[in-house]
Ligand binder design. Structure first.
Ligand code: BG6
Length: 484
């Protein structure tokens, strides 16, 4: 029941940073999967570009190894893998100098779609963009792909946007937020705007509150240095959680086209009220006898960076005035769970009497793991004994509905790269969206810095600091339990 694979036109994809972590973990194994699925045609070409001094064969060994390590079961398809590797080339390049650019120009076929993945430090974006033009490698139809973090505040994001805009039109720039490539995230739009059922209830008259949780069990591991400079607010809230908030709260766009969708998302971000610092809790995981603390992982015994954030925010518009949105994300928590829960208000009048109690409908949208949706409904408890009510889930796990074929659903990166080739920007962030998200985030971070705020410690494997629970408690609510 998985939708038919439609091959994309043959393309040349240049991966700057082609030997880096992202290329090895996500981009190259993802492209191999699309090749296996028949979506990437054999005429296409992947060109790795980095500083290391490889020839084509040397780079192919690196790609073979990366797919062996991160490609899962696909890695065993050695015949197809060798065939895929024939499409892979390499150019040793100096982003800030002249070396390699002529060789790259000779490889890229100007007659077909070409895309340039900037999987490098943002400080190199300007150099790459400039040289791609100088050497006539990029043309007016070329696409460039850039990764998060897109800046670390409004000022730096504006500078990056300006650097890219010097050489590329906004329609050529694909800013990745991989959460937008997740199957269920897109399903959120399908469910909201493909059904009549939910839309009439999707407002503050019927929705008590909305919870967005992205909980991880992993710590910061080998990324301590990067993470210590960013923290959960910059690493997760400004982008992934903000995008989820936009999709859940936005008005129906008039069409499913890139600007119509992104205009509506932008309106949500701009309507966000500044967050009161009393409505936000930061945390840092503590050490256990067997595992290091965040401070140890970050290599900074005095760090005040947060590995957990929980906050309450409000959207000032007609639809949502009065409905709080609670956002929470953190590392080394009890479970890996990403979920959006729309908690509806109580029925206005209890016809079954006080003893039947209050019952709430909750629509829970699970992003990972076990993608699916559950609608909690109230029914009569079966059996004799009068009218007693219980809440049961109407559960739709996508794996049940789609069977084994769910395995063939492309992962976020695969889908997004194919969208770049197709020239579809719907699932990518526009420059003004990123800036608006920073404009909302900056004062929160500044507020912490001004107050020398120290994050609250929390136990590894818990649900975060107790203060996060207290914040909800003060509003007469409770976080949903972190469950697998
Ligand atoms: C990345 C963050 O963008 O998203 C990481 O930098 C985080 O810190 C990751 O672990 C989570 O992605 P996913 O797809 O595993 O939920």
């Amino acid at each position: 029941m998985v939708s038919r694979v439609i091959p994309v036109d043959p393309f040349d994809l240049v991966i700057f940073g082609g030997t880096g972590d992202l290329a090895r973990r996500k981009i190259l194994p993802g492209l191999f999967r699309r090749f296996l699925a028949g979506q990437m045609l054999p005429e296409s070409q992947i060109i790795g570009a980095a500083r290391s001094d490889f020839d084509d064969e040397g780079y192919r060994d690196t790609v073979r190894e990366a797919i062996g390590e991160f490609g899962g079961a696909d890695a065993a398809r050695t015949v197809e893998l060798e065939d895929f590797l024939k499409r892979v080339r390499y150019v040793a390049i100096d982003a800030k100098g002249e070396d390699g650019w002529k060789a790259l120009a000779a490889l890229v076929d100007q007659k077909r779609i070409n895309a340039f993945y900037f999987s490098v430090a943002p400080s190199l974006f300007g150099d790459l963009a400039e040289r791609l033009h100088l050497h006539a490698i990029a043309n007016k139809d070329s696409r460039i792909v850039v990764e998060k973090p897109f800046g670390r505040d409004l000022k730096s994001a504006k500078e990056l946007n300006a650097v890219l805009a010097r050489h590329f039109d906004e329609t050529q720039i694909y800013r990745i937020d991989h959460y937008l490539g997740k199957e269920t995230v897109q399903n959120l739009m399908a469910v909201r705007f493909g059904n009549i059922l939910f839309e009439p209830l999707w407002n503050s008259q019927y929705v008590d509150h909305i919870e967005i949780t992205v909980a991880e069990t992993v710590g910061v591991g080998g990324r301590g240095e990067y993470y210590n400079k960013s923290g959960a607010m910059r690493d997760m809230v400004q982008n992934h959680l903000m995008q989820l908030l936009c999709l859940i709260a936005m008005e129906p766009p008039s069409r499913f086209d890139p600007d119509a969708v992104r205009d509506e998302k932008l309106k949500v971000i701009r309507a966000l009220e500044p967050v009161n610092l009393h409505h936000i809790v930061r945390g840092q995981y503590d050490k256990t006898p067997s595992e290091p603390s965040f401070r140890e992982d970050a290599g900074d015994p005095k760090t005040r960076t947060e590995s957990f954030v929980a906050l309450k925010c409000h959207i000032s518009n007609w639809r949502w005035a009065g409905t709080p949105f609670y956002l929470r994300t953190g590392k080394k928590l009890r479970t890996r769970t990403s979920e959006i829960a729309v908690v509806f208000k109580d029925a206005p009048h209890l016809i079954f009497g006080q003893e039947a109690g209050r019952h709430r409908n909750i629509l829970s949208i699970r992003l990972q793991p076990n993608e699916g949706m559950t609608l909690g409904v109230t029914i009569k408890e079966p059996g004799p004994g009068g009218m007693r009510l219980i809440d049961v889930p109407l559960d739709m796990a996508f794996a049940d509905a789609l069977g084994d074929e769910i395995e063939d659903v492309p992962d976020a990166y695969e889908r997004l790269i194919m969208d770049v080739i197709r020239g579809n920007q719907t699932l990518f962030m526009r420059g003004d969206e990123v800036e608006a998200a920073w404009a909302w985030t900056d004062p929160i971070i500044q507020g912490w810095e001004d107050r020398h705020d120290v994050p609250k410690p929390y136990d590894v494997g818990s649900s975060g600091p107790e203060d996060a629970g207290m914040m909800m408690h003060r509003d007469g609510r409770r976080w949903r339990e972190l469950r697998e």
